[in-house]
Ligand binder design. Structure first.
Ligand SMILES: Nc1ncnc2c1ncn2[C@@H]1O[C@H](COP(=O)(O)OP(=O)(O)OP(=O)(O)O)[C@@H](O)[C@H]1O
Length: 364
């Protein structure tokens, strides 16, 4: 991807103590880019470079015609139009939710402040916090607090929103509660978001684009489905490795509580998500739920069989396992098989197979 109007490009290189960050990242100017990678690979350090909180020897970043950093310029943090959401909401305890929300608006220029005021009601309703405006932060649940923190960040009219593991401090229920709001924001916002997470389900649910980091470098950056299906990246070793696919509900089988969803390469039966025909959904097909056969078998319980072609085979995380990438009408899937099965089926690139999918989850 080359940088243009639709993309942003950043370069940060230098040391933080003993740690070397050497990042070259191009990402969409709209939508959510997930920054994914093992603990200590430099995700937070990279966000801090964007925010102007880390100053490395080399840095280049411009957004909407404004240079934040290059060989000559270094805009300090307070002059960068950034929204930053952390693991902890860090709300001001002595201010009400309303006053926390408007706090960041004070330092905006008049025109921007007026625009933010106009957006206030819409944003508060999108985040489901309208009924909480008079409350004190200590009387909010963890998920509510984090929604307020996100609202506060967005009301500063940021040109870039940085989210550093915003759900990691929440328990399972609070995560479930907040995810639909984040999803709505993803569909509504026009501000680019860099979203750090360790959780593959958050990547699948929220990201449009994924950047994978390791040892201070960006190993890959690309559209969600394509990047999750790459066998050369460490993400395929994750327990939750798999591919997220954008699909549409086309049919509902009320008798068996199933729905058929189509994607560019074919269609799949999934548990009925109770969404009307025509709804867009994202489905996750985990590598461990895909097996391969040379021909579609009739006498098995698996409902979803898709004609596919082997693209690539790579070693798995254990010598007994291989990861096989197949093409299903233009959409990639990954299968995790034993090396013995792959050898017995004589799998090799170009070979036609039947992908049998044991389970498909609607990402929600
Ligand atoms: N200012 C600094 N001085 C020295 N070392 C630093 C500094 N900032 C970060 N580091 C080191 O850089 C490395 C990367 O840290 P960073 O927090 O960016 O990783 P991360 O990918 O966000 O990790 P996690 O997922 O665990 O939050 C770590 O080894 C950290 O100790």
């Amino acid at each position: 991807m080359t940088a243009g109007e639709d993309t942003l490009s950043a370069r940060f290189r230098g040391s933080l103590g003993a740690f070397e960050l050497d990042v070259d990242l191009t990402f969409p100017a709209n939508g959510v880019t997930a920054l994914f990678g093992p603990s200590g690979c430099g995700k937070t350090s990279l966000l801090r470079c964007f925010a102007g909180l880390n100053r490395l020897e080399t840095g280049d970043f411009a957004i909407r015609g404004e240079i934040w950093q290059d060989g000559n310029t270094f805009l300090p943090a307070h002059r960068r139009a950034i929204g930053y959401v952390f693991q902890q909401a860090n709300l001001f305890p002595h201010l009400s939710v309303h006053d926390n929300l408007v706090f960041g608006m004070k330092r905006l220029a008049r025109a921007e402040r007026d625009a933010a005021r106009t957006r206030f009601d819409e944003l508060v309703s999108l985040l489901g916090i309208a009924h909480l405006l008079d409350r004190a932060p200590r009387k909010l649940s963890g998920g509510e607090r984090q929604r307020v923190a996100i609202g506060r960040a967005l009301l500063t009219s940021p040109k870039l929103l940085l989210m550093d593991e915003p759900l990691s401090a929440l328990d399972f229920e609070a995560k479930r509660e907040i995810l639909p709001y984040l999803e709505t924001l993803r569909k509504t916002l026009s501000v680019p978001v860099l979203y750090v997470t360790h959780a593959p389900n958050e990547v699948a649910r929220l990201a449009d684009h994924v950047a994978v980091m390791e040892n201070g470098c960006v190993l890959a950056s690309g559209p969600l489905t394509e990047t999750l299906a790459r066998l050369d990246l460490p993400i395929r070793r994750e327990e939750g490795a798999g591919v997220a696919i954008d699909a549409q509900v086309v049919e509902v089988d009320h008798q068996w509580h199933l729905a058929r969803v189509t994607f560019p390469g074919g269609s799949l039966w999934v548990r009925d998500p109770n969404k009307p025909v025509g709804t867009s959904v994202r489905v996750m097909v985990l590598a461990r739920d895909v097996s391969l056969a040379l021909a579609p078998s009739e006498n098995v319980s698996i409902v979803n069989h898709l004609p596919a072609t082997v693209l690539e085979i790579a070693k798995g995380d254990h010598p007994a396992v291989v990861a096989v990438k197949v093409d299903v009408g233009g959409t990639p899937l990954i299968a995790r098989l034993t090396a013995r099965s792959a050898a017995a089926l004589e799998l090799q690139p170009g070979k036609p197979v039947s992908a049998q999918i044991k389970s498909v989850a609607i990402v929600e």
